[in-house]
Ligand binder design. Structure first.
Ligand SMILES: Cc1cc2nc3c(=O)[nH]c(=O)nc-3n(C[C@H](O)[C@H](O)[C@H](O)COP(=O)(O)OP(=O)(O)OC[C@H]3O[C@@H](n4cnc5c(N)ncnc54)[C@H](O)[C@@H]3O)c2cc1C
Length: 423
């Protein structure tokens, strides 16, 4: 009987264990923490957004350039197969806004339990508090793994599903990158993704902390030494408008998280990265000007910040009045045309300078990881070490929010488990 060792009982590891055991392999899972699938439990605000209803062609765009790698896998094990598997283990699902698919129960634990049942029900053995420290390789072939306590577990099939290097309290502390590198894999630089961003204008961010904006449009720009600006296109499909949030250090919320990896990468290459927020994307600058002019005439004795409260949340109205140089207490009948234009300009192009992101640990996903060039896209087998497979976030795959990261982990894990069992 084929013996398969799986390192890490997360999303990819559990499904790999289930599939390999279902095919008759003797499966041994080593999990570092005291519990399986800790990250599944926190995912989707503990509701676990398992996948997305987007059609395949759109779906793969949510991985940026890495999407093509997943095409093969998704032709073999995709959303329908995943949802059918979950249903077999009692998890019904429902589709919500943006095509996000969640368990109907609203409980991430149901997804984790279903995957654990799938694995253990087919005879997989899961050993908790069993961190693996290295992969054992001889003559380009996997021989097994060594646990941190020095014990060696032999096997000619090993699946590495140790996850990323963020949210480390869920167990994913980046061990897999080091283990893969030690046996000859290339690690693409790790960067935080789906992560809040820091801004230069700290005082304004602090004043706006907690303010959430809906139906705004965010654009990232790079600026070179000569001050020349260029729009930075989004690696993921971006909705025309969406929601963002100010924090005491900068910006966050769905629109920002989606663009965060673009900003992180741009900061490595460009002198300046700027964020432009269009607070009224439904109106042109001229329309904003005209409406402002009309309101200034109709409510001529109102103070500027009070009038702007009709446009944006109160604290933002005050900040806009300050930044425009007009001052929040000026009565609007005293405001001249160029000043009004400056206010309209701010409403359409509210600028921030992005100085960085929160650290890797704070990202919902780790971008970078084992180079996809070294992985077989049909089986997730290593091209460097025979008998070794890698799946999930340990690979250089980082998608947008919406269920795409888990689907990649599930599909990769399933195919790796299948091939490992059939060796
Ligand atoms: C807050 C949050 C919310 C998220 N929500 C969603 C969502 O709703 N939808 C979505 O698609 N994605 C979501 N994600 C991302 C998604 O959860 C991950 O991409 C996915 O869990 C990755 O699966 P994985 O199996 O590769 O790694 P993980 O699920 O992280 O599992 C890795 C496992 O390996 C174990 N391990 C690590 N090192 C060792 C070692 N040396 N020895 C033994 N075991 C080890 C870990 O303890 C862990 O159990 C979210 C992430 C976060 C942080």
């Amino acid at each position: 009987m084929q013996r398969v060792i799986i390192v890490g009982a997360g999303a990819a590891g559990l499904i790999a264990a289930g599939r390999a055991a279902e095919l008759g392999a003797e499966v041994h899972v080593f999990e570092k923490t005291e519990e399986a699938g800790k990250k599944i439990l926190v995912s989707g605000q503990s509701r676990c957004n398992v996948t997305n209803s987007a059609p395949l062609e759109t779906f793969i765009k949510y991985y940026g350039r890495q999407g093509q790698f997943l095409r093969n896998a998704y032709h073999r094990f995709f959303r329908d197969e995943l949802l059918a598997l979950l249903r077999r283990y009692g998890v019904e699902t429902q589709t919500e806004r943006g095509g996000r698919i969640f368990p109907t129960s609203g409980q991430a634990a149901d997804v984790r339990d279903a995957l654990l049942d799938y694995a253990v029900g087919h005879g997989a053995l899961v050993e908790y508090k069993s961190p693996v420290s290295r992969l054992l390789v001889a003559d380009g072939k996997i021989q097994g793994v060594e646990l941190r306590n020095g014990i060696k577990a032999p096997s000619n099939s090993v699946i590495l599903t140790t996850g990323g290097a963020s949210w480390i309290r869920t167990g994913s502390t980046g061990d897999g990158y080091r283990m893969a590198q030690d046996v000859g894999h290339t690690i693409i630089a790790l960067r935080p993704a789906l992560v809040p961003l820091r801004v230069r204008e700290q005082a304004h961010a602090k004043a706006l902390q907690g303010v959430s904006l809906r139906n705004v449009c965010c654009t990232l720009l790079t600026q070179n030494e000569k001050g020349k600006e260029k729009v930075l296109h989004s690696r993921y499909p971006q909705p025309p408008t969406g929601e963002m949030l100010f924090t005491h250090f900068g910006v966050s919320g769905p629109l920002i998280l989606t663009r965060s990896l673009d900003a992180v990468d741009a900061l490595r290459q460009h002198k300046k990265v700027l964020l432009s927020i269009d607070l009224k994307p439904g109106m042109s600058r001229d329309e904003v000007q005209h409406r402002l002019q009309k309101e200034f005439e109709e409510q001529s004795h109102k103070q500027l910040a009070n009038l702007l409260k009709g446009w944006v949340p109160h604290s933002l109205a005050q900040v806009l009045a300050d930044i425009s140089g007009v001052g929040k207490e000026r009565e609007v009948h005293t405001i001249r045309a160029p000043e009004r234009e400056a206010i309209a300009m701010l409403i359409k192009d509210f600028r921030w300078e992005i100085t960085g992101a929160l650290p890797l640990e704070a990202g919902m996903v780790t971008a970078g990881g084992v180079s996809l060039k070294e992985i077989e896209p049909q089986t997730f087998a290593s091209r460097k070490v025979s008998g070794l497979y890698l799946a999930g976030e340990v690979l250089d795959i980082a998608a947008d929010t919406g269920g795409f990261n888990l689907q990649a982990a599930f599909s990769g894990g399933y195919l790796a488990g299948e091939d490992a069992a059939r060796q």
